[in-house]
Design a protein around this ligand. Structure first.
Ligand code: NAD
Length: 311
């Protein structure tokens, strides 16, 4: 029996739930929200689609007691990013919300994995670990999974290649200090920087613009339609599947640094092996010295922000 409890049935949470239903992700999906009426309505709406689906998923509105035997608690509760607002501005508001969520989840007897999407996600994942005192591998943020997918899409579009044949990551904070370690990006097995050098049609400035476009994607989408949700909903689904199916897949989730790159304690987006136990191992990349500095700078920003919190 694969059971997921979703806390926060807003746009992101329900995009995840809708993707989960369509992908037959689990057997039981419990919807929790401070707005109980909304969670009831969302459960009804999804249930009315069951007849058209390939699953007999049990979907219902519930509460924190339902976390006791869950495999994963997905947290998408929080306040949304407003036009022009950075993710870090959201922090203090979301910390107060998390106190009312993480403690009752732990008190239910939950022993599964926390998967956090609420922004600023790296810090919210670290807060979740701090509040829950769970082993760090059992508390995961969505990190730069979505950013890495955006990167692969944009590079694929530029080179006219299926994004699934582009291998590369966005790492660091899911936010303004994130970056692309270009030395690690491959088209098939050829370094992307070599592909650019070898062909006059391609320009380095176009490639570098792609990093900017990835970094600004959320701002652009928020400007156009108020919020982003489908992409992150599918990213949450992807990470949850890697957990439930014990895949040992490598995804750029946000995990606690444990010595890699000389970094400790900070939660940050980086490639990790994901399985039933959670984020079991960081895959330390062979970064250039400049890229290592960029990662350290991103972690410094996250660390300083976390240290300024009032718990
Ligand atoms: P939303 O406002 O549509 O939904 C938030 C939900 O949280 C609401 O249903 C609200 O009732 C609920 N909520 C608020 N306080 C609660 C509490 N104490 N307990 C339970 N539920 C509570 O917002 P959204 O668009 O779904 O965004 C949710 C979060 O996801 C935001 O923090 C947003 O920034 C973040 N987000 C993350 C990524 C990513 O890549 N990690 C991408 C997009 C959005």
């Amino acid at each position: 029996m694969r059971k997921i409890v979703l806390v926060g049935t807003g746009m992101v949470g329900m995009s995840f739930a809708y993707a989960a239903l369509n992908q037959d992700l689990c057997d039981e999906l419990v919807l929790c929200d401070i707005n109980t009426t909304r969670a009831i309505g969302e459960a009804q709406d999804l249930n009315h689609g069951l007849a058209f689906s390939n699953t007999s998923m049990n979907i219902y509105q519930g509460d924190y007691k339902d976390c006791k035997d869950a495999d994963i608690v997905v947290i998408c509760a929080g306040v949304n990013q407003k036009v022009g607002e950075t993710r870090l501005h959201l922090l203090q508001r979301n910390l107060e919300i998390f106190k009312t969520i993480v403690n009752p989840v732990v008190n239910s007897g939950f022993e599964g994995i926390f998967l956090v999407a609420t922004n600023p996600v790296d810090i919210m994942a670290r807060i979740t670990q701090e509040l829950s005192q769970f082993p760090s591998e059992k508390v995961i943020g969505t990190g730069t999974t979505l950013d890495s997918a955006r990167l692969r899409f944009l590079i694929g579009e530029y080179f006219d290649v299926d994004p699934r044949s582009i291998h590369g990551y966005v790492i660091g904070e899911h936010g303004d200090s994130e970056f692309v370690p270009w030395s690690q990006v491959l088209l098939a097995t050829k370094p992307i920087l070599d592909v650019v050098m070898d062909n006059d049609c391609y320009k380095m400035e176009d490639i570098l613009k792609i990093s900017d476009d990835v970094r600004h994607a959320a701002y652009e989408i928020i400007k156009a339609k108020g919020a982003t949700y489908y992409g992150i909903g599918m990213a949450i689904c992807r990470v949850a599947r890697a957990i439930l199916q014990n895949e040992n897949s490598i995804l750029t989730i946000s995990s606690k640094m444990n010595g890699s790159y000389g970094l400790q304690n900070v939660y940050v987006g980086n490639p990790c092996i994901i399985n039933r136990q959670g984020a079991t191992r960081t895959v330390e990349l062979t970064l250039t010295s400049q890229e290592t500095e960029q990662l350290k700078n991103s972690c410094k920003i996250l660390d300083e922000t976390f240290s300024g919190l009032r718990f």
